[in-house]
Ligand binder design. Structure first.
Ligand SMILES: CC(C)(COP(=O)(O)OP(=O)(O)OC[C@H]1O[C@@H](n2cnc3c(N)ncnc32)[C@H](O)[C@@H]1OP(=O)(O)O)[C@@H](O)C(=O)NCCC(=O)NCCS
Length: 414
């Protein structure tokens, strides 16, 4: 079965997390991803957080599946010649170096277009044009500058970053969409174009509802926030603990075993339409006939009490028991599932969302497979390449003969 992106060649100049997330997705859809790395060094993440000495880290292996690796010094004169051949050979170039790095190698966008007018050139940067455009950016910088940290955390606590890599992986996903959109456009125009994604923009896009709330603040307190009615609202969208971001109140409550298990909790949403069933199951049928509790408006100022009562019941059940009981009642709820539990979940294994991969140096490990499922282009997850594993074959593919490959090796260009 042909993969959706079969025949598309990606010149992968990415490192760390954001860019590799993009090119890994494209590789899963069948693109031939040629990862260019510095000779002898490679992507810095190969050596970061190593759990086994001198073996490519899980950080690297989990972001670089289904790719081929070629080593190339793009700052060396002969390296630049080879790089130009790669630009000619490929459809898309993806990079996430510090601002200006590819230009400093001698390959500004104009030059890339000259070499290959069909080339799509996709970049991740920390910021778009503006006062911070030259800054280097990592995940938490993006979370802090994109509105996530200021709106995450306890009501009276400090700003908080989240464990989800919304700046890095989130922006990589945006970039992948930009690439396939530009490929689609090229079908009609015959020309490539630039695709740029800023991590700050990507995080802000994911914080859309918080900008919504910023504007609602001008018209009165945010009634679904825990600050209402007793707390104070300032001038900006506040942190809201675990309150639901939508119009339906929700909170995290304890379940059986919470005293010893840090993940024995469940998120329960008290959607109005399912509230009668919820009230009955927790033994508070009386609420349904009491005007103090029977309507969403009446409950709104005392949501803390509502969740206290729900918690009295959830503490008598495990989080999965609560899930089993509430779901048939149409009460949306989400147990706090730990990484340990996720890694052992048979249904996630069955769908290929958690995949076991074999690596020649590290042996078997788990990774997250393609979260986007296509019915005619299923994703097989293949191990990440060793540094320079495909150098010879890729150089031959772009037209270098044996002598030229040997000369490049002698000069330590590859
Ligand atoms: C992530 C980041 C902070 C890392 O910074 P860094 O480790 O200092 O690395 P840089 O991006 O500055 O690049 C390192 C250098 O290696 C060079 N290099 C990379 N590949 C090379 C190759 N194959 N041959 C020769 N030189 C190479 C680059 O040209 C650059 O050199 P320069 O500084 O002389 O221009 C930075 O790349 C960045 O801000 N990227 C954009 C935002 C981003 O994606 N951040 C999220 C990362 S998950």
């Amino acid at each position: 079965m042909a993969k959706a992106l079969e025949g598309v060649r990606i010149l992968d100049m990415t490192h760390v997390q954001s860019g590799p997330t993009c090119t890994q997705l494209l590789a899963w859809f069948g693109a031939d991803v040629i990862k260019v790395e510095r000779p002898g060094v490679g992507d810095a993440t190969r050596g970061q957080l190593q759990d086994i000495p001198n073996v490519d880290s899980l950080y690297f292996t989990m972001l670089n599946h289904n790719k081929r690796s070629v080593t190339l010094n793009t700052k060396h004169a002969r390296g630049k010649e080879i790089f130009a051949k790669l630009i000619k050979h490929c459809d898309v170039m993806v990079e996430n170096f510090a601002p200006g790095a590819i230009d400093r190698m001698g390959f500004p966008w104009e030059k890339i277009q000259e070499i290959n007018p069909r080339m799509i050139y996709a970049s991740v940067k920390g910021f778009g044009p503006g006062p911070f455009e030259d800054c280097k950016v990592y995940e938490n910088v993006a979370q802090c500058t994109g509105g996530s940290a200021s709106t995450t955390g306890e009501l009276d606590g400090f700003p908080m970053v989240t464990g989800a890599q919304i700046g890095d992986s989130g922006t990589g996903i945006n970039l992948a969409l930009g690439v396939v959109t530009a490929l689609f456009h090229r079908e009609k125009s015959g020309l490539g174009q630039r695709v740029t994604c800023a991590m700050q923009d990507g995080v802000l896009n994911l914080c859309r509802v918080k900008l919504r709330d910023q504007q609602r603040l001008a018209h009165g307190p945010l009634k679904e926030y825990p600050q209402f009615p007793n707390g104070e609202f300032g001038q900006a969208t506040p942190r809201a603990g675990n309150a639901s971001g939508g119009g339906q109140p929700g909170w995290i409550v304890k379940c059986k075993g919470w005293e010893t298990d840090p993940d024995a909790y469940i998120y329960v949403i008290t959607q109005a339409v399912a509230f009668p069933e919820l009230a009955k199951v927790i033994g508070r049928e009386d609420w349904l006939v009491d005007p103090e509790w029977s309507t969403p408006e009446a409950r709104l100022p005392k949501l803390d009490k509502v969740f206290e009562e729900i918690e009295k019941w959830t503490k008598t059940k495990t989080k999965f028991e609560v899930m089993d009981i509430l779901n048939p009642l149409n009460v949306p709820c989400g147990p706090i599932i730990s990484m340990m539990e996720l890694s052992e979940d048979p249904s996630l294994r069955a769908t290929g969302t958690i995949v076991e991969v074999d690596h020649p140096e590290r042996g078997k490990y788990l990774t997250v497979g393609n979260p986007i499922k296509l019915s005619d282009s299923p994703s097989d997850v293949h191990r990440s390449p060793l540094l320079g594993e495909h150098t010879d074959e890729i150089l031959a593919e772009i037209g270098l003969n044996d002598d030229e490959i040997a000369a490049a090796k002698d000069e330590k260009v590859v």
